[in-house]
Design a protein around this ligand. Structure first.
Ligand SMILES: Cc1cc2nc3c(=O)[nH]c(=O)nc-3n(C[C@H](O)[C@H](O)[C@H](O)COP(=O)(O)OP(=O)(O)OC[C@H]3O[C@@H](n4cnc5c(N)ncnc54)[C@H](O)[C@@H]3O)c2cc1C
Length: 365
């Protein structure tokens, strides 16, 4: 029986892993360098699908499909536990003028997911605010977006209600304690902390922390900038995506437009050039936004990893140290399955999916 765990990082991945473990009776200590859920998990768009799901490998698809099916249940459970609704908003998604439409349709047929080619006249009827000039569309009706800042607030509240959880903010982990060939704790500015196992869920910073053990984990920060508009509640009935840029409607009429993909190290300053470029994309997709005010502009650091396949499991070379990181552009959609898989493995339960593609050893640079 697993007694206690230290979780490093309080983004969606760390928080949800902590909730699952704590509900199974494990004593959990969450250590967060800054404030809970204020990094990538707050900054993201919350589309509950990879942007172009057919371009990903089977391991990402397996996590995504499990999670997509589970998200409504997760939202209901969190709402019941905390009174905070993460607002899983099923709007569907139109992809416009794709170069690889045939591949997308073939993938969906093979996966048994609903994705259809749609006449443009029908798209313009469904989304009257869509800009002119688009020629082709495919549509996935079941795709949702989750209001990620609320998701992390709900997870935080769920943890606060559990008696066997301690959360320390402003407590950066500096390194790991090793004894008898096992990782058995972490080094922090407030002293050493010990537990039977340590889980690293530090998002884009995970690679930096593993360097303290001499390990080269290929997880790097990839900056993404977003802008936000406030429109009428019925302004945009569906998510739309063209040329790598998307618009996401929230239930209350907020519309997010994203995102950039920048390899700039750990700098997350929003820039004027990205603002101009995102506004141009927004107005190309939805011309009425030219008259709307941008009410928010921010950047976050995605935990970039090779092919976006996360690292989930124990480091064989460092028993006691577990990883759940490297979710790149898909950490919100992949969170439920990733955290369930990690905790299944930690608790000795039958894993929901084959864990081998996510194993850490053999994938270090
Ligand atoms: C602009 C943008 C748009 C996105 N859109 C989507 C989308 O539509 N759908 C989707 O699924 N995903 C999306 N993502 C990706 C998604 O946000 C991430 O994959 C996901 O949030 C990663 O979660 P995480 O918990 O691993 O990381 P984070 O949320 O970054 O959390 C990691 C935490 O670890 C903490 N930490 C770091 N170092 C230490 C340390 N030494 N000690 C203690 N704590 C530490 C950090 O402070 C942070 O709070 C987007 C991301 C961006 C930036």
């Amino acid at each position: 029986m697993l007694r206690d765990v230290i979780l490093v990082g309080a983004g969606a991945i760390g928080l949800l892993s902590a909730v699952i473990l704590a509900r199974q009776g494990v004593s959990v200590t969450v250590l967060e360098a800054g404030e809970i859920g204020r990094e990538s998990s707050w900054a993201g768009g919350g589309i509950v699908s990879p942007l172009y799901p057919w371009r990903y490998s089977a391991p990402v698809t397996a996590l995504a499909h499990w999670s997509q099916d589970f998200y409504p249940h997760l939202a209901d459970e969190l709402l019941a536990m905390t009174g905070i609704d993460p607002q899983v908003h099923v709007t569907g998604l139109y992809w416009l003028d794709l170069d690889d439409e045939a591949e997308a349709l073939a993938w969906a047929r093979q996966q048994g997911r609903a994705l259809d080619s749609v006449a443009m006249a029908q798209v313009y009827r469904q989304v009257p605010v869509l800009g002119p000039g688009f020629e082709r569309a495919i549509h996935m009706p079941g795709v949702a977006n989750v209001r990620n800042p609320r998701l992390v607030r709900a997870l935080r509240a769920a943890l606060a209600a559990l008696p066997n959880v301690q959360v320390h903010e402003h407590c950066p982990v500096r390194g790991f304690i090793q004894e008898w060939g096992r990782v058995c704790g972490v080094l922090t500015d407030s002293g050493d902390m010990r537990a039977e196992r340590v889980v690293l869920a530090a998002g884009a910073w995970s690679g930096e922390l593993l360097k303290t053990l001499g390990l080269a984990l290929p997880v790097e920060p990839v900056k993404g900038q977003m802008i936000l508009y406030k429109c009428a509640e019925d302004f945009l009935p569906s998510m739309v995506l063209a040329k790598g840029r998307y618009a996401i409607p929230r239930r209350d009429g907020h519309v997010l437009v994203g995102s950039t993909l920048e390899y700039e190290g750990f700098d997350k300053t929003p820039t004027d050039s990205a603002l101009a470029s995102l506004k141009a994309s927004a107005e190309g997709l939805l011309p009425a936004l030219a008259d709307a005010e941008v009410v928010g502009h921010w950047a976050g650091l995605r935990p970039g990893s090779p092919a976006g396949v996360p690292f989930i499991g124990e480091l064989v070379s460092h028993p006691g140290l577990w990883l759940n990181c490297g979710h790149f552009r898909n950490g919100l959609v992949l969170a439920p399955a990733s955290c369930r898989l990690l905790t299944d493995l930690m608790l000795g339960n039958r894993p929901i999916i084959d864990p081998r593609p996510y194993a850490v050893d053999g994938r270090l640079a």
